[in-house]
Write a protein that binds this ligand. Sequence first.
Ligand code: AMP
Length: 141
Amino acid sequence: MSPAYDSNNIFAKILKGEIPSYRVYEDDKTVAFMDVMPQAPGHTLVLPKQPSRNLLDADPATLSHVIGVVQKIANAAKEAFDADGIYIAQFNEPAAGQTVFHLHFHVIPRHEGAALKPHSGKMEDSAVLAANAQKLIEALS
Ligand code: AMP
């Protein structure tokens, strides 16, 4: 049995507006913002507003909405970052690499021959994150 959802996790705080984020998309059920330690330029996180620790305890109806938003962000990221491919990742529990315990999907533009940076590695410059968020917002509009 997994631990219960902790409403003080960092993404819950972002959803409540208590912590800033580089937001690129929002609808009534979903938010997407830039990962502050990107594994590649344009690395974006897509999460449901509804609390769940990860995919294992998520409401299936919420999941089906969120995956449509993941597709929308993936197509926009491919265009905005001229990517050769898009990597989608989602981790469940620490043993699988999860570090923030509010369900989220990673959308990561990939280019042929370019290695991914480490997961939760180095904080990106705020100017770079803001510029990449703007590229994605423009591709989504
Ligand atoms: P995971 O291992 O799937 O739980 O990944 C959590 C992700 O959240 C990592 O890629 C981190 O770089 C990212 N992250 C952590 N704190 C923040 C934050 N305040 N804003 C945006 N991304 C964050």
